[in-house]
Design a protein around this ligand. Structure first.
Ligand SMILES: [Zn+2]
Length: 696
């Protein structure tokens, strides 16, 4: 008979090993389908029956629990390697499907078996892949095994899809939902779990933000349930702190709204064989049946939650991650690392005097766990310093120096190259010498010939290694700059500062330039801002920048102006002072002009003594006191003042005066012993923010 195994097995096969390949697709099969596993191990006896010695039969069973469709099976790889090296006389498998369920693996195995004259055996018989008929049969068996897998899968998948279309497919429910004994999905009877989920949806409805929900949970020290998905505690509830991704997961999951969904994610295998899950847009979901079961929120609430999440995602923007350079003015977007925790910092903007001011923030802990922002660094000063650093680094002088160094290095490399070449020549000489010695020896003198041959081989190996090393190092060093490249580099250096400072260069282009030159920038905010800049190529620079002034500090009136007001108050009213200062071209902190209001406010803020008190201290009398002193009516006092019979000093803008008593020598006297006046009861601590508020 054609397929008598004993006819195919030759002495040359028996000299080599017999490999028995054992595999079961899943761990469940390994546990439950023990009969099949036993039969597979039984193949060992079959190999012995075919003539292999017991110790020459090797069982490869490291692929138990792996599907034949996957090609990353360790045992199978080992089998192919053994066959390829000619160690195998026969490969035994219970059936072809055990060896491979995909054509690529199977045909590769056949090809290698044919080349190394290795037999293949299954329960039906032994085959020699080098023979056309056998190979045809094996090829067919392989194709059928792949087709069988496809049919099995299609049948299973069809059943699943049909059930999913009707909404009857049982899927692993998210935490908070469970199947009851009748197989109907409903709320988890555990009150605490229910309470937690209701709290989450309620808090999101109130705050409208997932981050705020995380913060609220942190504030109230709430713990949240999670369902353990794998391992020994699979299916158990674990309690832990709520984080941002969990909140998003719950909010995005339509099953909490009582809907049945299938096909939200699509698994795709990429070229490396790694399976990735892709989230599908809603219109591509395979099944969506709203109100299929009990839920925590209504479908309308779910929809509105999605809308809010979408809006806030847009507001936050993808600017926070490293990605392509975008339009905003923050120069270092996507390149900044936090000097405290090492995470990538994001960019935020705020407006100051109509201009967008960037700020670098480390938000990870804030977003994920609702903790304080790790650090915020004002961006304007940092960006400016980086710009100056780049313009300084890319200038013709600096580049000329670099090119000089490069030329110097080049000449040293040429010397090293000569030395290395001498090494190759030496190895060549040794090998030629060994060859000549071997050629001269009498071939019958095996002992000597063998040792000389071995020596020759050794010298040849050394020679080829030396040549490889030489070629490798030469290629490494072969970065010689041509004259053209040289001048192109210098031209770039003179173009760069011009391009950089050109106001018509868009921010995005500037950012692209930064990305070409810098690897990353690490920021640390302490007494000052430390900026560690890492250039492409490894060079590092550290800058120390002062913290920028706060807004109120910028708007503060200079101390000299305040002193001047203090001085002027001795002889002038606030209105007069405002006029004098404006005439001198002095400006208050906000940058506007002085008026009586501004001067009064400054006097008040800096506790300057009011003009009224100063005049009183100088011994001047009020209208009533003057009238009492002169024993006339107040009207008479006013009339005498107008006629110049008395001298008065105005202390307010309404022309109210204090009067010089008779015999006044205009020298300051001791302060009057009157009770404190209204204007003295002002707040005793200067309130700077008050000044700002007032002027703004
Ligand atoms: Zn940080």
């Amino acid at each position: 008979m054609m397929n008598d195994p004993h006819q195919k097995v030759q002495a040359s096969h028996l000299k080599r090993n017999a490999y028995v390949y054992v595999r079961q697709s899943t761990l469940r099969q390994v546990l439950e389908n023990t009969e099949s596993t036993k039969r597979q191990y039984g193949l060992r006896q079959r190999a012995v029956a075919l003539g292999w010695a017991e110790e020459r039969v090797i069982v490869i069973d490291s692929d138990l629990g792996q599907s034949g469709a996957s090609s990353d099976r360790e045992g199978f790889q080992r089998l192919v390697a053994e066959v390829g090296m000619g160690h195998a006389g026969i490969v035994l498998g219970l059936e072809v499907s055990r060896l491979a369920r995909n054509s690529m693996d199977w045909h590769r195995l056949l090809e290698i078996c044919a080349l190394t004259d290795t037999l293949i055996s299954d329960e039906d018989g032994a085959y020699n892949p080098a023979h056309f008929n056998d190979r045809l049969l094996l090829g067919l068996k392989g194709t059928m095994s792949e087709a069988e897998l496809h049919v099995l899968r299609a049948r299973l998948q069809g059943g699943i899809l049909n059930k999913a279309r009707r909404g009857e497919l049982e899927m692993r429910p998210p935490v908070g939902l469970v199947y009851n004994s009748e197989g109907v999905l409903g709320l988890d009877p555990d009150r605490q779990v229910q309470h937690c989920l209701r709290w989450l949806f309620g808090t999101f409805a109130r705050t409208g933000s997932a981050c705020a929900t995380v913060r609220a949970a942190r504030l109230d020290h709430l713990v949240f349930p999670r369902r353990c998905r794998q391992g020994a505690r699979r299916g158990e509830l674990l309690w832990g702190e709520l984080d941002h991704s969990q909140v998003l997961h719950v909010l995005h999951n339509p099953r909490y709204a009582g809907a049945f969904v299938y096909g939200r994610y699509h698994a795709q295998r990429n070229v490396d064989g790694v399976v990735r899950m892709h989230r599908m847009p809603r219109e591509q979901w395979f099944a969506l049946i709203p109100d299929a079961h009990e839920g925590y929120i209504s479908w309308d609430e779910y929809e509105s939650n999605q809308l809010r999440l979408h809006e806030s995602a847009r507001a936050i923007g993808t600017d926070r991650h490293r990605g392509p350079a975008r339009e905003g003015p923050a120069l270092l977007q996507g390149l900044v690392l936090c000097g405290r925790c090492g995470r990538r910092m994001s960019v935020g903007y705020h407006s100051r005097l109509g201009q967008l001011c960037p700020e670098y923030r480390c938000m990870h802990e804030r977003i994920q766990h609702g903790e304080a922002v790790c650090q915020r660094v004002p961006g304007a000063g940092v960006d400016q310093a980086i710009g100056a650093l780049l313009v300084e680094a890319v200038n013709p002088v600096a580049l000329e120096v670099t090119l000089q160094v490069q030329r110097e290095l080049q000449s040293r490399l040429e010397e090293a190259d000569r030395l290395r070449h001498a090494q190759v020549e030496r190895a060549q000489y040794e090998s030629e010498l060994a060859q000549r010695r071997y050629m001269r020896v009498d071939p019958d003198n095996r002992l000597v010939a063998d040792s000389l041959e071995a020596h020759w081989n050794e010298t040849l190996r050394v020679l080829s290694e030396a040549r490889e090393e030489y070629a490798r190092r030469r290629e490494q060093d072969a970065h010689v700059l041509t004259q053209e490249q040289h001048s192109a580099i210098l031209a770039l250096a003179s173009d760069f500062p011009r391009l950089w400072s050109d106001p018509s260069t868009p921010d995005r282009e500037r950012k692209r330039m930064v990305r070409l030159l810098l690897e990353d920038v690490t920021l640390n905010r302490g007494e000052q801002i430390s900026v560690q800049v890492r250039f492409k190529g490894g060079a590092c620079r550290t800058l120390h920048l002062p913290l920028p002034l706060r807004y109120w500090q910028i708007r503060l009136t200079p101390a000299a102006v305040v002193d001047e007001i203090d001085h002027l108050l001795n002889d002038h009213t606030v209105l007069q002072i405002a006029g004098i200062l404006n005439a001198r071209g002095v400006r208050p902190g906000g940058g506007a002009t002085f008026n009586s209001r501004v001067v009064t406010r400054l006097a008040c803020t800096y506790h300057l003594k009011p003009r009224y008190d100063r005049l009183r201290e100088r011994g001047l009398l009020t209208l009533q006191e003057m009238a009492d002193t002169l024993q006339v009516t107040t009207t008479t006092v006013k009339r005498w003042l107008q006629r110049g019979l008395l001298r008065g000093h105005p202390y307010s803008d309404k022309n109210e005066c204090l009067y010089e008593p008779p015999g006044y020598d205009s020298q300051p006297k001791t302060p009057c012993a009157k009770p404190p006046l209204r204007r003295q009861s002002q707040a005793s601590v200067p309130n700077r923010s008050k000044e700002v508020q007032y002027e703004a």
